[in-house]
Ligand binder design. Sequence first.
Ligand code: XIL
Length: 355
Amino acid sequence: MSKKSKLLAFPSTLSLLTALLVSINTLGQELETGGTLRSAAQAQGFLVGASAELKPLGTDPAYAQTLAREYNVLTAANAMKFEPLRPTRSRFAFADADKILDFAAAHGMKLRGHTLVWHDQLPRWLVDGNFSSDEVSAILREHIETVIGHYRGRVYAWDVVNEAIDDQGGLRQTFWSNMLGSDYIAQAFTLARAADPQATLLYNDYGGEALGVKSEAIYGLLKSLKGRGVPIDGIGLQSHFLLEQPPRMSEVAANIRRLAALGLEIQITELDVRMLMPQNEKKLEDQAQIYRAYLDACLVVANCNTFVTWGFTDKYSWIPQFFPGNGAALPFDQAYRQKPAYHALLQALNNSHRR
Ligand code: XIL
């Protein structure tokens, strides 16, 4: 062999080897993480989603593209709350929420309604209005009828009542409970059913995912509501988890099973797994394991049919502002790169056998 051909032979062997390695790697990656969350969920008849904010939807193309590519269900993170929808007692402001609805509809995504009755994000005209109980009752009725009516047939599920149980397992003392007594919960569900008989009606709360005093109280509340014939279809488990103190997944699984046994649908509605900053590879791997185990726990229960994260990119997460020193809670990083948590979710969906 001439010197020249030896020189030529080396790079060609190298490139062959490289090509082989690349193709093995690509193949491996495809098996592991092929497709999108959306296509993988669709194949399972499952809903995977995120909450969406209006502002980045209009200003940040990667935000809209990622949402539409990866998810088949959306929740408005803020636009459908009482305060933004009701600038004054007489005026309903649907424009912003409608834009989120339009985006979901344009991309063939379902939309969850969040939320009708909550103690937070209420307008001043309501809480400082010195209304009588009868007036508050009428305002609540009008709110539920008008909002659900506006979205009838377009919002398929509602978080009717949000966070009504406190962290000690008692009825949370709120504007609503103070004005209307504990029965406001049952009243809200009854009004919601009348306003849209087709919609799935959920009770939504945080901190009741694993076993304990709060999940016990929530379970008891839902059982008694069902027992009284109050029209409630499901429970939303918000799931704002901490990496350093995650719930025990065996307990979460047991809780999901007992809720399903009540005949309730289970939706994971606001998952994020925050960590003490700075982030590092180990923390991101540990976080991915929590995402994976949680999705697995949902996928194995037929009644658990929806898995929604609170946002999807660390760029716009609520965590750094509400829990200073914490962050990196979501499956996409600030530059929309897929984190280990994303790959864990995709693998869990691809490996599931729901269908
Ligand atoms: C949060 C939003 O993400 C923030 O932008 C807003 O300032 C406060 O509310 N439980 C819920 C959600 O049900 O509505 C909350 O969303 C997070 C906790």
